[in-house]
Design a protein around this ligand. Structure first.
Ligand code: PEP
Ligand code: MN
Length: 355
């Protein structure tokens, strides 16, 4: 379906990139909310975030302060003039948030995966004029993400934006959630007028990754950033490792290089950034493939099997070069790469055999 998004114009908020949303992962106490909000407002932040209802992986942890935190957000608005936003996952959340005068809503990654939940939110918002930001689903499924936009759009919500917060992965290495930049890039290609925010806090999962991720997002021409900021990050009740103080946030934002998208060479820069990001993904995949090869090596050793299994090797070469051909890749090129990869896997397994 065709969607024509309307700009989210908020009086007093500079539409220049990046539009910044900041605030704690969770509203914890009135004091924590007010202290963080005042600090952020002093540093020029115009949109304040705080989770009131928190989706947690396991029960028993802090699941958000609930509706009473909405009164604190109201106070933030009154005392600082900032706009406020919170996560909604059910129709009750929507009604409570609207009643409290929350200015923007966001849908969390664990909600976007569930069409029933997204539809419930869309139905609750029929006839309401409020901007909604939709986080990517936890799994790397662009169509599911787009489906959520369609549900909200069909309910009459045309002031929409995307939040790229990374994608869940079993083996957490550098990132808490893999950026897989090609997915938001494809979203931009399909819907050029849909603003995209980056959430470096949930992608990185740690403070030191916030600055480089923000820069990458700016280099990819994202429109905004949503960053977790807490007056005392180490003492945060959720996501402590990834929150930064308003001071550090200010420092990070000041260091950002915002590229001039009116220049003609910008097209080239952007393509090169995409190449960098694809190379990074290819290396991550190669590293994963080698780890699996080594696991196979261990199995072969334990079962006294030889490393080389000729039929398997021919099958790999044959199948993959056909696959490559269908993707418009040069067959010789694909064979060459696979030969190199296979040789390295054999070398890795030989090391294991000799251990
Ligand atoms: C959050 O923003 O604090 C949050 C719960 O994020 P996500 O839905 O991206 O996990
Ligand atoms: Mn969080």
């Amino acid at each position: 379906m065709e969607m024509k998004f309307e700009a989210i114009k908020l009086p007093g908020v500079d539409p220049q990139r990046p539009v910044v949303i900041a605030g704690p992962c969770s509203a914890e106490t009135e004091e924590q909310v007010m202290e963080t909000a005042r600090s952020l407002a002093d540093r020029g932040i115009k949109i304040f975030r705080a989770g009131i209802w928190k989706p947690r992986t396991k029960p028993g942890g802090f699941e958000g302060i609930g509706a009473k935190g909405l009164a604190w957000l109201k106070r933030v608005k009154q005392e600082t003039g900032m706009y406020v936003t919170t996560e909604v996952a059910t129709k009750d959340h929507v009604f409570e948030a609207l009643k409290a005068g929350v200015d923007l809503l966001w849908i969390g990654a664990r909600t976007t995966v569930n069409p029933f939940a997204v539809q419930e939110i869309a139905d609750a918002l029929k006839g309401v004029d409020i901007p909604v930001l939709i986080k990517n689903p936890v799994n790397p499924d662009l169509e599911l993400w787009i489906g959520a936009f369609q549900r909200l759009y069909s309910a009459g919500i045309h002031r929409l934006a995307a939040i790229h917060r990374g994608f869940s992965t079993y083996d957490k290495k550098m990132y808490r959630n893999l950026p897989l930049w090609h997915i938001p890039i494809e979203l931009r290609r399909r819907f050029p007028d849909l603003p995209i925010f980056c959430d470096p806090s949930h992608i990185g999962g740690k403070r030191e990754l916030i600055a480089p991720l923000c820069q990458q997002a700016m280099d990819l021409s994202f429109d905004g950033l949503i960053i977790e900021s807490h007056c005392n990050p180490d003492a945060a009740w959720s996501d402590a490792a990834q929150q930064i103080t308003p001071d550090v946030l200010d420092y990070v934002l000041n260091l950002l290089v915002i590229r001039d998208s009116t220049q003609t060479t910008e097209n080239l820069t952007e393509l090169r950034r995409q190449i960098d990001s694809i190379d990074e993904q290819m290396l991550e995949l190669l590293a994963k493939r080698m780890r699996i090869s080594r696991e196979i090596g261990v199995y072969k050793k334990e079962h006294n099997m030889p490393i080389l299994q000729a039929p398997r090797y021919s099958e790999i070469l044959e199948k993959r070069s056909n696959m490559g051909e269908q993707m418009d890749l040069n067959t010789e090129f694909v064979k060459e790469i696979l030969k190199e990869i296979h040789e390295e896997s054999v070398r890795q397994q030989m090391i294991i055999m000799n251990e």
